[in-house]
Every structure is written in structure tokens, then in C-alpha cells.
Design a binder for this molecule. Structure first.
Ligand SMILES: [Zn+2]
Length: 96
């Protein structure tokens, strides 16, 4: 698929590094009330990542867009600073 750069306004995740840290992705379970997305990756990719925050805590959500359905997984809830560090590592391929 060819996408012109100016069609993408959100970041794309970098290719995972060979020694990247593997996050534990679990089924969503509403652990954090009123969590709202504060960052997300570009929807042009089949897999979209979001960073959701609420009341000083945060987690990451991964949505795989399949034909006609979405497969959603989330990390555990962590302090916001820790989650933001993980988010940056995700974007740069250091974790996945
Ligand atoms: Zn894109």
C-alpha cells in the first residue's frame, strides 16, 4: 500500500528491534474509569496503538483492524510517567 506522507498526521511505530521488550497484552477489562486517548498511531496501519490516561494512571491499547472486526488488547494500568515511557519505546521499536 502506498500512502503519501501528507495523508498521515499521526506517528507510525518503528519496526520492532531484534531485542525489543515484549509487553504483556491482555483482554480489555475496564480497569481505569473514564480513560481517554491522549496519543495514537496512524490509522493507515492494520495495527493501531493508543495511550489512554485518567487520574494519573494510564495504559496502552492495541487494536488490530481485521476484515469486519477489531481485535483489542491492553496493557496493565501503570503510573502515567511509566506508561508514557513505554509509549515512546513502542514508537521507536524498543518495545512491542
Ligand atoms: Zn499513516
Amino acid at each position: 500500500m502506498v500512502i503519501l506522507p501528507d495523508e498521515c498526521v499521526s506517528p507510525h511505530v518503528a519496526m520492532a528491534q531484534r531485542d525489543h521488550v515484549r509487553l504483556e497484552w491482555r483482554r480489555p477489562y475496564q480497569a481505569l474509569e473514564r480513560a481517554r486517548p491522549v496519543a495514537w498511531t496512524c490509522f493507515c496501519r492494520a495495527t493501531v496503538y493508543e495511550l489512554l490516561e485518567s487520574a494519573g494512571q494510564a495504559f496502552l491499547r492495541r487494536t488490530v483492524q481485521l476484515d469486519g472486526r477489531h481485535e483489542v488488547h491492553e496493557t496493565s494500568v501503570r503510573p502515567i510517567n511509566e506508561a508514557r515511557t513505554i509509549w515512546t519505546a513502542l514508537l521507536t521499536g524498543r518495545t512491542r
